[in-house]
Design a binder for this molecule. Structure first.
Ligand code: AMP
Ligand code: MN
Ligand code: MN
Ligand code: MN
Length: 276
């Protein structure tokens, strides 16, 4: 059985290793098919694809799109997209522009709460000057000794209601699915177990996603307990979604699961890769 990892990050968004290193590490870990899925960003795909060719593993062009749905931030993984698609390229460029504004506002809000220079600190952690994420703020807070670890940074400063959290309007679910399908790709709801939704809210999200033509949901994810995985297997069957699997790897020491070291996909669902 081929091994798949269809969700991970590089320095082109908030990962710790450059794209080629991510792919080489996946290959060394026995992965047969890898998708790089940087947040709102396609810039690492060429380098990753070349590294995959060298390492003789299969590469899937991907991205992880930020979406606002009913006031909640939802992530949609894009798989097997055409990275040259103009509408997708332009859409994501606009999102990165808005990320820059948001990062400045996060910096101002932290300064007002007595944490100076956080924007500069976060920017120094971001390899790609176009994309600053809360992860970069968290790394800066850890490095400067203001928090114990990444979890502490998010809990005390970067989650809803905390000074380093600013409300932000990401694209809609419809826009994200439209860009992904326009680029020939598959749209996958990332780590559904992470969203703070009621049972009815989750049903509305999945129903809207199905009505938009959404393709799959992530079933195997480090964000899920075994019970949640089983729940999402059931949801995939109810809504007619395929299932995906990804480590959501960000870097050595920062991720719960090692790149490519995933529990098996339950055999009661259709994997998103079934017809690749
Ligand atoms: P952003 O897209 O800028 O809002 O940043 C979101 C990223 O922050 C996610 O992709 C995760 O990598 C990271 N993240 C969110 N919550 C946590 C958390 N509690 N602990 C560690 N990392 C987190
Ligand atoms: Mn991330
Ligand atoms: Mn995510
Ligand atoms: Mn991710």
């Amino acid at each position: 059985m081929a091994r798949y990892d269809l969700h991970c990050h590089s320095t082109c968004s908030d990962g710790l290793l450059p794209p080629a290193d991510v792919v080489r590490r996946a290959a060394a870990n026995g992965v047969d098919v890898i998708a790089l899925t940087d947040h709102d960003q396609l810039a690492g795909l060429d380098e990753a694809r070349e590294a995959a060719l060298d390492a003789e593993i299969t590469f899937i062009d991907g991205a992880e799109l930020s979406v606002t749905w009913e006031n909640e931030t939802v992530h949609v993984v894009a798989l097997a997209i055409d990275p040259a698609n103009e509408a997708l390229i332009e859409g994501l460029a606009a999102v990165r522009g808005s990320r820059d504004q948001r990062a400045r506002r996060i910096g101002e809000s932290l300064a007002a709460a007595g944490v100076p220079d956080a924007f500069e600190g976060a920017r120094a952690h971001a390899m790609s000057d176009q994309l600053i994420s809360r992860t970069h703020f968290a790394r800066h807070l850890v490095d400067s000794g203001q928090v114990r670890d990444m979890q502490d940074a998010f809990r005390r400063f970067l989650t809803k209601g905390k000074p380093g959290y600013v409300a932000h309007a990401w694209p809609t679910l419809g826009e994200a699915v439209g860009w992904i399908h326009g680029a020939g790709g598959r749209a996958v709801i990332a780590h559904p177990g992470r969203y703070k939704l009621t049972t009815a809210g989750m049903r509305r999200l999945l129903a809207e996603f199905r009505d938009l033509g959404g393709d799959a949901i992530e079933v195997v994810s480090p964000s899920h307990t075994a019970a949640q995985s089983a729940d999402f297997v059931a949801s995939a069957r109810v809504f007619g979604f395929k299932a995906s699997s990804g480590s959501d790897w960000h870097g050595p020491g920062e991720s719960r699961w090692e790149l490519g070291q995933l529990p098996p996909m339950p055999d009661t669902v259709d994997p998103v890769w079934a017809d690749w």
